[in-house]
Design a protein around this ligand. Sequence first.
Ligand SMILES: Cc1cc2nc3c(=O)[nH]c(=O)nc-3n(C[C@H](O)[C@H](O)[C@H](O)COP(=O)(O)OP(=O)(O)OC[C@H]3O[C@@H](n4cnc5c(N)ncnc54)[C@H](O)[C@@H]3O)c2cc1C
Length: 475
Amino acid sequence: MTSDLLIIGAGPAGARAALRAKACGLSVLLVDENPDAGGQVWRPLPNTFSRRTDAPASAEAQDGDALRRELRQAGIECRFGHKVWNIGSDLRTDVIGPEGSVSWRPKAVLVATGTTERVVPFPGWTLPGVIGLAAATILLKSQNLLPGRRTVVAGSGPLLLAVANGILKAGGEVAAVVDLASRGEWVGTLPSLLGRPDLVRQGAAWQWKLRAAGVPVYYRHAIRSASQVDEGFAIRIGRVDAAGAPVEAPLVELYADAVAVGNGLVPGTDVTRLLRARHRFEGRLGGWIARSDEGGRTSVPGLYIAGDGAGIAGAAAAGAHGEIAALACALDLGTIDQVAYVRERAPLVAQWTRSARFGRAMAGLMALRGGSVEGIAPETIVCRCEDVTRAEIDAAVRDGARDVNQLKAWTRCGMGPCQGRTCGDVAGALVALQAGSREAAGCFTGRAPLRPVSLAEVAGPYTYADIPIPKAAPL
Ligand SMILES: Cc1cc2nc3c(=O)[nH]c(=O)nc-3n(C[C@H](O)[C@H](O)[C@H](O)COP(=O)(O)OP(=O)(O)OC[C@H]3O[C@@H](n4cnc5c(N)ncnc54)[C@H](O)[C@@H]3O)c2cc1C
């Protein structure tokens, strides 16, 4: 199949880009590994679930339903349940879906793959029952499941409030909210919220509900350790300073049967790293991001980027960003002219600026804090796929590993099934402590497969006896 534009990711950025690109006369193919459009924020319930008719749908569910309806009405060609696992330099895109392995060769590719969650490791973070904060939103939204009966919600940023309230709404108990930020830091974000009174109202309502439910909130605290006791966890939390470093003070012990913990979001750069696009490090935008111009064009011809994968700015900004990148693509492929481009782009830029102001303030709250990384205890596992501890990372750097790729070769850190999506940012920050900067520590080189795939899926059905066995070379 040939299309002008292949869009990877049907979240707000990718879906809105698809609608705009089609309106500009491009043929579009929208691909996502999820069963439907909506991305992380507007994740739908599975088709097999029926929605209660006596409870009003949340604003997020309504926004998601409206987007999915719009995609259907516009006749956008979509492939859901399809994961992109490889892209070649000619933009040939290899995908695995229910029908097996397929390849497409579009004229342009827009990467709208969103983010992954960052967790600053602590002893016990790999235990079953300790899950990511963002992962908890997936449980709550797509399966109506609670992480546990009684959950400690910890980390940083707005997902703390969203998850704690989601748990209360679904009938669960929140043992405590443990927030890395101070109350003052939250107050400091208020000016950036002025353009979004709806979000100010939502935040205030969430705070009020926590108070009404008697949930204790520990500001400027972080989890020091979680250990299994009986059927749950003993979770020790302690004070931290503004940089996130542990402070000498008595620890508080909490009890719960689940922990949801997250320290912000990291832009998903696996596709742009695989294609060797140029990247730069921007801590306040979430970490490494592909360099791009005002239309989302990366340094690789025909490769565009939009949404949180280009720097964390939130769902509303992601939608506008997707449309801006679609316009640039339509201009480059000649389906619109410069006049139409300038005319249609202006209101989108205004929309993006308004939304990104709020999103960037939230991204600042979620940015990785140097003291949190320095405070990781030596015996703590950092790469959970390959069981690599902080002590092993420090030893490799002391022995001469100059950047994260040498670290990977020496310790297997980042070499497991998640391909460094979980540990990469923290491992880079640990290497940077001795290498001098995040730029010097670098980021993992992108490698296929982008998603875990089996050889059988890639090769299709085969008979073992038919595999040609090369003759031994003559001596
Ligand atoms: C787990 C998680 C939960 C979140 N929950 C919330 C929330 O509840 N509220 C909130 O305001 N913000 C939430 N966020 C942040 C939110 O995702 C963003 O602000 C917003 O959705 C960004 O939109 P986007 O279109 O850039 O990316 P996303 O919405 O993340 O969409 C990216 C899409 O790309 C797809 N994708 C990625 N890689 C591939 C691949 N190789 N092959 C096929 N498909 C691929 C993903 O399945 C996803 O649907 C969450 C983030 C994460 C990581």
